[in-house]
Design a protein around this ligand. Structure first.
Ligand code: GSH
Length: 205
């Protein structure tokens, strides 16, 4: 299987963390692919019309995207338990996934906006992203005991990848000072070999 991959993408990281946790990472051949919103990449678009990574190309020719679809595919392949199928664990995992992924989408747009010139930047948009981040941290801080008690899932992994991206691109936001219990939970998660091996701070090739 070929994975359109880049070392700094938090969505790719989500897939790689799942693959490592499920023991199937060695079945993925990583293809270094540059995805940029303003420069659609024809090599990626052959496999994904949206020109986004991660995109997975299976040996039988099937193409899978986006990240959560790939993660669920890998989970099925490995008969894993990262997608709980019923009860509270299922809804917690899906909701945390939605919150982590939605916040990631906002952080990426926030970063794009931040990099515009003062004249181009829409301050109201920056303020909206900042408010959403503060609210997300407040909700996750209140839920830190539940996160700590929950099994590893697509939800906890995605929240972890979002916090890792916040560390990587939004260091100045100092999220730990606003969410200390969440920071404690994240420290344990981030110490797992799957998170260590996929850190955006590494010079992965
Ligand atoms: N919802 C998608 C988001 C993927 C995504 O936006 N990836 C970024 C890289 S971090 C990308 O490919 N950006 C290129 C673009 O938006 O055209 C997923 O979960 O896979």
């Amino acid at each position: 299987m070929q994975l359109h991959w880049s070392p700094k993408s938090p969505y790719v990281r989500k897939v790689m963390v799942c693959a490592l946790e499920l023991g199937v990472a060695d079945r993925l051949t990583r293809v270094r692919s540059v995805a940029a919103m303003l420069r659609p990449n024809p090599d990626i678009m052959r496999d994904n019309p949206l020109s986004k990574i991660p995109t997975l190309v299976l040996d039988d020719g099937m193409r899978l995207f986006d990240s959560v679809v790939i993660c669920e595919y890998l989970n099925d392949l490995a008969e894993g338990s990262l997608f709980p199928t019923r009860g509270q664990a299922k809804w917690d995992a899906l909701r945390w996934h939605a919150l982590g992924d939605g916040m990631l989408d906002a952080l990426i747009l926030w970063r794009n906006e931040r990099e515009r010139t003062d004249a181009q930047r829409l301050e109201a948009l920056v303020d909206a992203f900042s408010l959403k981040f503060a609210n997300t941290l407040a909700v996750l801080e209140a839920e830190a005991p539940a996160l700590a008690a929950a099994p590893l899932s697509i939800g906890t992994i995605t929240v972890g990848c979002m916090l890792g991206y916040a560390d990587f691109r939004f260091d100045a936001e100092a999220w730990r000072t606003r969410a200390p219990a969440l920071a404690d939970w994240y420290a344990t998660l981030a110490a797992r070999p799957s998170f260590q091996a996929t850190s955006p701070d590494l010079d992965l090739k």
